[in-house]
Design a protein around this ligand. Structure first.
Ligand SMILES: [Cu+2]
Length: 141
């Protein structure tokens, strides 16, 4: 082997080493990009949701023991209220003035509605009509 040959060999092995050591980094970079794009995509989805203000305030009402908790909640206009059924018994969320109506919510199912106008919104569970709640939408004073 000449000196020139061995240098050539060293350069080659060096190059292949560089390529090999780059691989985990580029995989990591691709993963980071994927995470970034996934985050961007889900943000865009939220913003485009027909019944979701995206960046607005949120509130949660639980359904358990055939009771809405809290049964009465006061929120600012633009608030998205999410009802969560926390028990095996199915429930619905039905506005008495027909402004919103959920499908039947099984355990862990949710229903969300964004309240844009001020006022009192009384609702009930259509399966258990004595199960009632109210959302009061009022600008913060
Ligand atoms: Cu019910």
């Amino acid at each position: 082997m000449t000196v020139r040959d061995s240098m050539h060999f060293a350069a080659n092995s060096g190059a292949s080493l560089v390529v090999y050591s780059c691989k985990p980094q580029s995989v990591l970079r691709a993963l980071r990009l994927t995470v970034l794009f996934t985050a961007l995509a889900s943000t865009a989805c939220l913003a485009e949701g027909p019944n979701n203000a995206g960046a607005g305030p949120v509130a949660t009402v639980s359904m358990d023991h055939s009771t809405f908790t809290p049964s009465e909640i006061t929120v600012a206009p633009g608030t998205t209220v999410t009802w969560v059924n926390n028990e095996p018994m199915p429930h619905t969320v039905v506005d008495l003035n027909k402004g919103f109506r959920s499908k039947t919510l099984v355990k862990d199912a949710t229903f969300s509605f964004t309240f844009t106008t001020a006022g009192d919104f009384s609702y009930l569970c259509s399966i258990h009509p004595n199960m009632k709640g109210k959302v009061i939408v009022k600008p913060a004073s």
